[in-house]
Write a protein that binds this ligand. Structure first.
Ligand SMILES: [Zn+2]
Length: 213
């Protein structure tokens, strides 16, 4: 949970596989299958965990593996638990669903959550030009104002885009290419952050009261 810098996103909107934004996580949905066989355990360790500040303000999403490290270090305490447990040689550990930091951390306004994964999540895997839904592997990020024309890699200039529309658009603005944006991308705000956390945690009832919905 150390403050991370925004990830480098190249001109095609790709970035290295291990570079995952603080809000992104591998939400695979295998929560609460108990007892977990070894293969399921690996995915359990990647389940999303909501991280609260000492004040109970939701600030981040991490994976079970990282959350358990924070618990073992005494940096955080578990607020909500899954029914599943993981076993080490000597102990069994309850798997956290929501943890809370014991010391307050100042979190700078979170433009740092910029990542391919979070942009696709915000746009609900929908190409913002043709309006079709695609699996993540068939989407890229489009710079609305092309980089060659000074467009930045930012929440307000990146949108989910299928390869076909991306090729079609090329180095042009949507207007020049005769394309219309489904929704104009907006800057990252606290609202975006909450919205992403709700989308990531929508299967886990235990998150709801912290996210007010
Ligand atoms: Zn498209």
């Amino acid at each position: 949970m150390s403050a991370r810098r925004p990830e480098a996103i190249d001109h095609r909107g790709r970035h290295s596989p291990e570079a995952v934004g603080p809000l992104a996580s591998n939400a695979s949905g295998n929560i609460g299958r108990h007892p977990a066989p070894l293969s399921a355990r690996a995915s359990l360790m990647q389940e999303p965990v909501l991280v609260l500040n000492a004040t109970y303000e939701p600030i981040n999403v991490t994976a079970v593996r990282r959350a358990m490290v924070l618990l073992l270090k005494g940096v955080a305490q578990a607020e909500e638990l899954h029914s599943a447990e993981v076993h080490s040689s000597a102990h069994s550990h309850k798997v956290p669903s929501v943890i809370r930091l014991l010391a307050y951390r100042h979190i700078p306004q979170q433009s740092r959550a910029l990542s391919r994964k979070n942009i696709l999540l915000r746009d609900r895997n929908t190409c913002q030009f043709c309006g079709k839904i695609f699996p993540s592997s068939e989407l890229t990020l489009d710079h609305v104002m092309p980089r060659s024309r000074g467009g930045r890699s930012s929440w307000e200039n990146l949108v989910a885009c299928c390869y076909r529309c991306n090729n079609n658009k090329g180095d042009r603005t949507p207007e020049e290419a005769g394309l219309k944006l489904a929704r104009r991308p907006r800057p990252f705000t606290l609202h975006t952050s909450r919205q992403l956390m709700r989308l990531i945690g929508h299967r886990d009832e235990r998150w709801r009261k912290y996210l007010f919905y």
